[in-house]
Design a protein around this ligand. Structure first.
Ligand SMILES: Nc1ncnc2c1ncn2[C@@H]1O[C@H](COP(=O)(O)OP(=O)(O)O)[C@@H](O)[C@H]1O
Ligand SMILES: [Mg+2]
Length: 272
């Protein structure tokens, strides 16, 4: 169920939309100086898919995620999310903010405001970006903190929270923006092993709710058990695209096989 062939093209999307959370990336190229990091990369993501992006360090995984909400501007190509298409070079600020409002990002190092409580971190975007009044935003923030299991620490500052709790605040903050898709950049890789499980549990809940997720992760439990699809990124291209079972048990490309044996053997043994 790779879905790559079944999503509507970006052209059709401009008329009908891809569906909430559907994404179509067309010939996306990103260069840093002379280095081509993404090389005419194309991929379609269906509404509700949970996509793991794997690949060696420096492959461009972070760059790819950042282009998906235009934090990084591509040099060529276009991205459609549901009913909004943006092309490289587009500068229209209304279009940019419309596009950006489709997604939210969860970072490896949480990126919380250290001078705000958990409640403040979750509600600030709803107030500043979505224009909610304080009461409405804080009520919603309490609901979201409940959802990620942090009811009791709403008034704690990041320094008073464990890594796992901080990342769950990061996830609640992303949910607060009511995005069509959430981009996660190695959300568990900075965590002590004891906190990984609680973050994965929250991520599974989001996947089950049908929100599209694109997750850069080498966390075997996530990739194997939660992701519906795996993309192996290397050399600016998607080298392989399939279900976790296809990628792990029957990789078609020798390069995928090599990468998996180097990157995934150890964690799998650890977590068994
Ligand atoms: N802002 C930047 N300026 C110049 N080079 C960058 C920048 N960001 C990333 N790169 C380079 O792009 C390549 C891909 O980086 P990145 O997307 O972070 O890879 P990954 O997340 O897969 O490890 C690396 O060679 C990195 O050094
Ligand atoms: Mg990275």
């Amino acid at each position: 169920m790779s879905g790559a062939s079944t999503a509507a093209s970006a052209t059709e999307a401009s008329k009908t939309g891809l569906g909430k959370g559907g994404i179509s990336v067309e010939s996306l190229t990103k260069r840093f100086g002379d280095n081509t990091i993404l090389d005419a990369l194309s991929v379609d993501v269906l509404p509700g898919q949970t996509v793991a992006v794997i690949g060696p360090s420096g492959a461009g995984k972070t760059t790819f995620l950042r282009t998906l909400n235009w934090l990084e501007k591509p040099d060529e190509g276009s991205i459609t999310c549901n009913d909004v298409t943006i092309h490289a070079g587009d500068e229209d600020s209304r279009l940019l903010s419309q596009f950006r409002s489709k997604s939210a990002m969860v970072f490896q190092h949480y990126n919380l405001f250290s001078n705000m409580t958990a409640l403040g971190n979750v509600s600030i975007g709803m107030r500043r970006v979505l224009g909610m009044d304080r009461k409405t935003a804080e009520d919603k923030a309490h609901e979201l903190l409940d959802r990620v299991g942090l009811t009791d620490v709403a008034d704690h500052y990041p320094s008073q929270l464990s890594g796992g709790q901080q990342q769950r605040v990061g996830i609640a903050r992303a949910l607060a923006m009511d995005p069509e898709y959430i981009l996660f950049d190695e959300p568990t890789s900075a965590l002590d092993p004891e906190w990984v499980g609680e973050v994965l549990k929250v991520m599974r809940g989001i996947a089950d709710d049908g929100i599209t997720m694109i997750v850069v992760s080498h966390e075997m439990r996530f990739v194997r058990n939660i992701a519906s699809r795996v993309l192996f990124l290397e050399g600016g291209h998607i080298v392989e695209d399939g279900t976790p079972a296809e990628i792990f048990d029957h990789p078609r490309q020798e390069r995928t096989r090599q990468f998996l044996s180097e990157a995934f053997t150890l964690p799998e043994q650890q977590y068994r």
